[in-house]
Design a protein around this ligand. Structure first.
Ligand SMILES: NC(=O)c1ccc[n+]([C@@H]2O[C@H](COP(=O)([O-])OP(=O)(O)OC[C@H]3O[C@@H](n4cnc5c(N)ncnc54)[C@H](OP(=O)(O)O)[C@@H]3O)[C@@H](O)[C@H]2O)c1
Length: 267
């Protein structure tokens, strides 16, 4: 059974103007889902929407919203309600990271990261999950990271935010699976998107190698309904799970040496 038959007709994808969100849009449209695409960059959203409409003949609506701003997120929800758009699959994908010594990073940006990566998924999930439970069908996807599984110096705030997504998703999975709703946390390793550039983390050499967005998203959609969380790539999986057997004070030190900025930019 395809995702449309399983969950319903409309998927909402945050952060759909590029990267993994754009790939989610393609793969969900390929299964016949109509889409609501959300991000800040209207031109990029329009380009993604035009390509998808041409290729898959589904309905695509674009909504510009700044998910770091709760009012903007709430307006998105009320606009969808007014338009009678019932969301069957919610993909809480929008997010960004920042790389460096936490005490030197931009303070406002760090709070904004919490707003986009944590607060907006809470607001959106609170809005759409009750209706999914009432209908006994629906799905919610959260974006974690291999960093969800370990404290990650120089990505400290980001990895903690991603740990929140993993914990929240897995707990919800257990709560609502018996009520007919599927939840999964997708935790990719390094994936070829704009993420590293935005985070200011150029030149990293990931132990788990680089993943392609299409493989990462495909893995998530295959595992949706079967597992509470998934880590694409054997090496990423191995690294994430090996941390379970590492003493707590050793784990952050291993990451410290792996992630320590190669070029010191400090004064
Ligand atoms: N790529 C990786 O290596 C990797 C690894 C693990 C997890 N992830 C996670 O995967 C998710 C997708 O990231 P990506 O790799 O696809 O990165 P990306 O190419 O940088 O895409 C990020 C998306 O989030 C949107 N976004 C950022 N801030 C926003 C805001 N304030 N309001 C609305 N939308 C916002 C961006 O759109 P606009 O700029 O147009 O708003 C963009 O569409 C993130 O949650 C990230 O943490 C990525």
């Amino acid at each position: 059974m395809n995702l449309k038959d399983r969950y319903g007709t409309i998927a909402l994808i945050t952060g759909a103007s590029g990267g993994l969100g754009e790939e989610f849009a393609h793969q969900l449209a390929a299964q016949g889902m109509n889409l609501v695409l959300v991000a800040r960059n209207q031109t990029k959203l329009q380009n993604v929407a035009a390509e998808i409409q041409k290729k898959y003949k589904v309905d695509v609506w674009i909504k510009t919203a700044d998910l770091s701003n709760a009012d903007s997120t709430l307006k998105l929800i009320s606009d969808l309600e007014k338009e009678n758009k019932e969301i069957s699959i919610l993909v809480n994908n929008a997010g960004f990271g920042s790389f460096g010594y936490f005490h030197e990073l931009n303070k406002n940006k760090e709070v904004e990261m919490i707003d986009v990566n944590i607060k907006s998924p809470v607001i959106l999930t609170s809005a759409f999950l009750p209706k999914m439970v009432a209908k006994k069908r629906g799905a919610i996807i959260f974006l974690g990271s291999v960093g969800s599984y370990q404290p990650t110096p120089f990505f400290a705030n980001y990895s903690a935010a991603k740990a929140w997504n993993l914990m929240f998703a897995e707990a919800l999975w257990a709560e609502v699976k018996p009520l007919g709703v599927d939840v999964i946390c997708l935790s990719p390793g390094y994936t070829k998107t704009d993420f590293q550039n935005t985070a200011g983390a150029k030149g990293q050499k990931p132990l788990g190698g680089w993943s392609e967005p299409k493989d990462v998203v495909l893995r998530c959609l295959i595992k949706l309904g079967k597992k509470p969380s998934t880590i694409p790539g054997f090496m990423n999986w191995f690294l994430a799970w090996s941390i379970r057997f590492t003493p707590r004070r050793i784990a952050p030190l291993v990451s410290y040496f792996l992630f320590k900025p190669k070029t010191e930019v400090r004064p």
